[in-house]
Design a protein around this ligand. Structure first.
Ligand code: AMP
Ligand code: ZN
Length: 137
C-alpha cells in the first residue's frame, strides 16, 4: 500500500525525482539529500511500511541481501574504507521519515564521523535482569 502523504512513497514510485542508484520491482535505492558522508544512500521499499515494526518477514529477508550488494558495489566504486548500515525506528531512535528505510553510509579514513556506540554502564546484575526480561518465561 502507498501512503498519499508520505514523501518516500512518492520518491520510491518515481513521482518525485531522486538520484536513483538502483531500482527493481520492490525497491529504489537513492542518494540521501543531506548525506552524512560522500555516497550516503537510502534503501526504500516501494510499499509503505512505517518502520521495522511493520515490515513482514518477506520484506525483511530481501533488505539485507540488497544492502550487502549495494555495499559491495559502492565500496568498489567509491573506494571507501568501510561501511555503516543503519536503520532507525521511532523518533527516540532518530527516525525522522516514517517510511521504512535503511541507511547505507560509506566510511572514509578521517571522515570525522563517530558513529561508535557509547557504553551505558550496566552491572552484571543489571545485564542478568535485562536478559531475563527479554528471554525469560
Ligand atoms: P531517518 O532519520 O532515519 O528517518 O532518515 C531520514 C533520512 O532521509 C535523512 O538522512 C534525510 O537526510 C533523508 N531525506 C529526507 N528527505 C529526503 C529526500 N526528499 N530525498 C532524499 N533523502 C531525504
Ligand atoms: Zn511511504
Amino acid at each position: 500500500m502507498r501512503d498519499e502523504n508520505c514523501i518516500f512513497c512518492k520518491i520510491a514510485s518515481g513521482e518525485i525525482p531522486s538520484r536513483t542508484l538502483y531500482e527493481d520491482e520492490e525497491f529504489r535505492v537513492i542518494l540521501d539529500l543531506n548525506p552524512a558522508t560522500r555516497g550516503h544512500a537510502l534503501i526504500l521499499p516501494k510499499e509503505h511500511y512505517r518502520n521495522l515494526y511493520e515490515i513482514d518477514d518477506s520484506m525483511a529477508s530481501k533488505v539485507l541481501p540488497l544492502a550487502r550488494r549495494m555495499a559491495v558495489t559502492m565500496t568498489k566504486k567509491l573506494h571507501c574504507d568501510g561501511f555503516n548500515v543503519i536503520q532507525n525506528n521511532n523518533e527516540v531512535a532518530g527516525q525522522t521519515v516514517f517510511h521504512f528505510h535503511v541507511h547505507l553510509i560509506p566510511r572514509y579514513k578521517d571522515d570525522g564521523h563517530s558513529l561508535v556506540m557509547r557504553p551505558c554502564g550496566m552491572t552484571a546484575e543489571a545485564l542478568d535482569t535485562v536478559r531475563d526480561e527479554i528471554a525469560g518465561e
